[in-house]
Ligand binder design. Structure first.
Ligand SMILES: NC(=O)c1ccc[n+]([C@@H]2O[C@H](COP(=O)([O-])OP(=O)(O)OC[C@H]3O[C@@H](n4cnc5c(N)ncnc54)[C@H](OP(=O)(O)O)[C@@H]3O)[C@@H](O)[C@H]2O)c1
Length: 255
């Protein structure tokens, strides 16, 4: 059954797709909790959304790779529950695995995987007890294919897609929707050259919210990426690996 969410917590709302989630949710009338490290950007966004949409917006400045900050957000989710949790905050280090400092790559796992699991675990029991709620986890198309040049990032996104689909199956029929949003390349800063492959962040956020409201397990925004999905499933893996490697080498050479 379709659900409209009246309260939501969005991580990584200070820029990019997360900011678009916050804007779209406020336009749909939801009261918000916005989370990220840059408090100044969150404060400015909160002021604007309160003014424009007359919704309540609470700011939590938190680095979700730090356990003390994460505890605060988990505590908020347990003690003042929201109807929708959007696990959007994510980070990827690009380059050869052997050349990127291991600390950077472990921080990706900490943010993209551990924080997402912890916040989901803080929110889900209450949602199940109330028989309503939603969790929208931002994965990526890179979770479906080998990702040379961003091996750790691709692996975290494969984890998020798999974890979310399993949770979707676990809670189905209990009034709680769990959805994995898997965008392809998405323009997050204004001013980039338009390109047919690139998605607009507003469209990605809207597609993700529509999908979790409708209770879909998986959302791949954009016709160009929907068209690629069947090929990813049937192409022989050696071919896929070679193509992905070529793309990465080209991108690295052009920098
Ligand atoms: N853009 C794409 O092409 C694309 C494609 C597929 C999937 N995605 C996924 O979409 C999500 C949003 O990405 P984006 O492209 O919109 O990136 P972005 O513009 O860099 O935004 C990332 C957000 O995460 C927050 N964040 C980063 N590290 C954090 C930390 N340690 N603690 C708390 N918040 C943190 C950032 O805020 P602060 O810096 O203020 O903390 C920012 O609000 C990510 O999960 C990304 O993997 C993006």
């Amino acid at each position: 059954m379709r659900q409209a969410f009246r309260t939501a917590l969005v991580t990584g709302a200070s820029s990019g797709i997360g900011e678009s989630f916050a804007r779209e949710l406020a336009a749909r009338g939801a009261d918000l909790v916005v989370v990220a490290r840059r408090a100044d950007r969150l404060d400015a966004l909160a002021r604007e959304l309160v003014e424009r949409y007359r919704v309540a917006v609470e700011v939590i400045a938190a680095d979700l790779t730090r356990s003390a900050d994460r505890d605060e957000v988990e505590h908020r989710l347990k003690n003042e529950p929201v109807e929708l949790l959007v696990n959007n905050a994510g980070y990827g280090a690009f380059g050869a695995f052997a050349e990127i400092p291991i600390g950077d790559q472990l921080r990706e796992v900490e943010l993209n995987v551990n924080a997402l699991m912890r916040l989901t675990h803080a929110a889900l029991p209450g949602m199940l007890a109330r028989g309503r709620g939603g969790v929208l986890n931002v994965a990526s198309m890179s979770g479906f294919a080998p990702s040379p040049g961003s091996a750790a990032y691709g692996a975290t996104k494969a984890y998020v897609a798999s974890f979310s689909e399993s949770l979707h199956a676990e809670v189905i029929g209990q009034g709680v929707h769990v959805t994995a949003l898997c965008p392809g390349f998405t323009r997050t800063e204004d001013g980039h050259e338009p390109h047919p492959l690139w998605l607009r962040r507003e469209d990605v956020a809207r597609a993700g919210l529509d999908a979790v409201e409708a209770g879909r397990a998986l959302c791949v925004p954009g016709v160009q990426y929907k068209a690629v999905m069947p090929a990813l499933k049937v192409l022989p893996r050696p071919l896929l690996r070679a193509a992905a490697n070529r793309l990465w080498k080209q991108a690295a050479d052009s920098q």
